[in-house]
Design a protein. Structure first.
Length: 679
């Protein structure tokens, strides 16, 4: 059987296991009628948002597809449409199952932690397996169809990146508008508990957990996953064309997709291992599954490297990426988990008010950038020089792309661990609104706290891989536009660098402002309902949940368009106006500042969130204390940082890079209009 068809089989295996896990979840008990009713609100709200969002995006997909046909070719356009559609499907399937898992997790928590963890993790695993299964099926099918014309696959990556950015921004605005409104009015002003059914924004908040942290995160890592593979395929194709005699069997192209296929099998085994783990610590159970998956990839990559290349150089690059990903994840955990000093320090500072809470949280986020950047830098150097970059830069760049593939080889498992968090969070909300025993909420809170850390770890993986993947795609762009080097002494290059470094700040400002505007609408609506319907606080009148859901939906769809369009229009405009080298400077600047901003935002937000939860379990006065109020303010400030602006940064830099690669031919031929005018 041809190697290409083995790749397709691995994708089908992932989808088969996703289907089997879904069947197991659906068979589980949903609980009582009140639980089913609340779960129905959440499910219907989440799926309604997705349908409206995808209706908007279908217009965008059609317009871009026509532009690609006109300026490039129909093959790239077909790949673009397919990448977008498969990303949409992964998000749709994953969120459908996640919103069916939450109520079953809450019911399982009535009977103990192990069963609740198993259902919540299974729901996340469906998302993870759909991401890698659909991703590898799409790439494998087009590889078989187009053969050596790998450049067409860049369209697939562009489709995935475009949907990822809109899904992350739209989902992030939705969830944080609801979350901020629910927290500031409900918890701080009205003094009612989190997920209290009297809070009009509570259903929108729970819906937001799914559209932001399941569908949005799934699209994010779908894009990271296929982007890393595409970057290695394009560089591998260049190696084959340049040194064909050295690679008679197309080894540089086959190696990354074979490794991705093995990574799928490793993810399935890791998921099964984590589900069956009897460890009383949920974090340890999830970590054990991650380690099992990583070990399988390490052993397999060593064998593949020796068989295909005759040495272990590719293996070292793969392991470098995998180890760096795990190290970044561990560092992220250290800065965002309440088990470590940084979060405890923020919690301690809440005693002196919200201002010191904000200051300490920003300090933690800034400090957290140092080690990940050092690890990424080491990874770039090791993977470049081990592959022979000193004598052959093309091989070195290929090594960097393999490090990104290694980091994301167990994406199925990473997404499973990440998507588990919002399911556990929803389960806690359903338990609270259904007035289940306090012991149930204790279990779901424990699972949710672990989920915050796993989500932060997943974001760490995405950020690290973004830097490596963007660099590899950047190398492909340089080859396509025949740039040998970028001269920073040239004014146009420096202009591109400065504009690129500015873009993540502008992008962050736009998304933060969008959350602020949407949150203000939500706050006004919640206050209005409390004022006009006094029976809500007495428990005698039902809040208008649908109105709050509609506010979040409308705001998310309205506000997501400008940031998404900017990420595509700006690189093409700079390339056409100032030329290919200026666009190279723009990418370099965006990657540098974007990675730092992403780490700072994600880790500050995660640390504030868990500092609040650390107080809520009884430290520094517990719930309702002045420290708790300061912690809620810190968490509210951190929400859009960690769930909207921060996670969008890594998509932004990869989207701009792959847009540049897809339109490299146009930029090479027509770029530098302003320079030509002055000449």
């Amino acid at each position: 059987m041809n190697t290409e068809f083995l790749i397709l089989i691995s994708g089908l295996i992932a989808l088969f296991f996703a289907f089997m896990l879904t069947k197991g979840i659906i068979k589980s008990d949903e609980g009582n009628d009140r639980m089913k009713e609340i779960s129905g609100y959440i499910h219907n709200g989440a799926m309604a948002f997705l349908k409206r969002e995808y209706n908007y995006l279908s217009i965008f997909i059609l317009i871009v597809a026509v532009v690609i046909v006109f300026f490039i070719n129909w093959q790239t356009s077909i790949c673009f449409i397919s990448g977008a559609v498969l990303s949409i499907l992964a998000g749709y399937f994953g969120m459908h199952v996640a919103t069916k898992s939450n109520v079953r997790t809450a019911e399982a928590a009535r009977h103990g932690q192990d069963k609740a963890l198993q259902i919540a993790f299974s729901g996340g695993a469906v998302m993870g397996l759909c991401v890698v299964g659909l991703g590898i099926l799409g790439l494998g099918a087009f590889y078989i169809l187009f053969g050596d014309n790998i450049i067409y696959l860049t369209g697939f990556g562009l489709g995935a990146s475009s949907i990822a950015l809109f899904a992350r921004v739209g989902g992030g605005i939705y969830t944080k508008a609801a979350d901020v409104g629910a927290d500031l009015v409900g918890k701080v002003e009205a003094g009612i508990p989190e997920d209290d059914p009297r809070n009009p924004a509570v259903i929108a908040d729970n819906v937001g957990d799914n559209v932001g942290d399941v569908a949005g995160m799934g699209a994010d890592l779908f894009e990271s996953y296929v982007g890393s593979i595409i970057s290695s395929l394009t560089l591998g194709t260049f190696l084959v064309s340049k040194f064909g005699n050295k690679y008679p069997n197309n080894e540089p192209v086959l190696f990354p997709i074979l490794l991705a296929s093995i990574g799928i099998i490793a993810s399935v085994i890791g998921i099964l291992f984590a589900r069956k783990s009897k460890n009383s610590n949920p974090q340890a159970a999830l970590n054990n599954g991650t380690y099992i998956g990583g070990i399988i990839v390490i052993i397999s990559s060593a064998i593949l490297s020796k068989v295909m290349f005759g040495d272990f150089k590719a293996f070292i690059s793969i392991v470098t990426g995998l180890v760096i990903g795990m190290l970044i994840g561990k560092i992220t955990e250290m800065f965002t988990s309440a088990d470590y000093k940084h979060v405890k320090k923020i919690a301690e500072h809440t005693q002196s008010g919200a201002a010191t809470t904000i200051i300490s949280g920003l300090s933690v986020g800034m400090k957290s950038t140092m080690l990940p950047i050092i690890f990424i830098a080491f990874g770039i150097i090791i993977s470049f020089y081990v592959m022979g970059g000193a004598t052959n830069p093309s091989l070195g760049l290929y090594g960097i792309s393999l490090a990104a593939v290694g980091m994301l080889s167990t994406t199925g498992l990473t997404v499973a661990v990440d998507a588990y968090g919002p399911i556990a969070d929803n389960a806690g909300g359903i338990a609270e609104m259904s007035h289940l025993p306090a012991s149930v909420r204790e279990i779901t809170d424990k699972l949710d706290s672990v989920g915050n850390t796993t989500a932060a770890i997943g974001k760490g993986f995405a950020i690290g891989s973004a830097a490596l993947t963007a660099l590899a795609l950047f190398a492909s762009y340089a080859q396509a536009t025949k740039i040998q080097s970028i001269d920073l002494l040239k004014p146009v290059t420096l202009v591109g660098l400065l504009i690129g470094a500015m873009l993540p700040f502008l992008f962050g400002a736009l998304t933060m402002d969008s959350v602020g505007k949407a949150a203000n609408e939500m706050i006004d609506e919640v206050r209005r309902q409390f004022k006009e319907k006094p029976g809500i606080m007495a428990g005698k009148e039902t809040p208008d949940y649908a109105k709050c859901v509609d506010i979040s939906t409308a705001a998310a769809l309205r506000e997501m368009m400008l940031p998404g369009i900017l990420a595509i229009v700006v690189p093409i405009s700079i390339g056409l106006l100032l030329g290919a080298e200026a666009l190279g400077g723009l990418i370099a600047g965006a990657v540098s500042s974007g990675v730092l901003m992403a780490i700072l935002m994600s880790n500050s937000g995660g640390a504030w969130d868990n500092a609040k939860k650390y107080i809520e379990v009884g430290n520094y006065g517990g719930k309702g204390s002045e420290s708790h109020k300061a912690g809620v303010v810190g968490d509210t400030v951190g929400d859009p940082l960690k769930d909207t602006s921060g996670p969008s940064m890594n998509i932004l830099i990869k989207l701009m890079t792959i847009v540049s690669l897809v339109f490299s031919g146009v930029i090479y031929q027509y770029g530098g209009i302003i320079l030509k005018f002055f000449q």
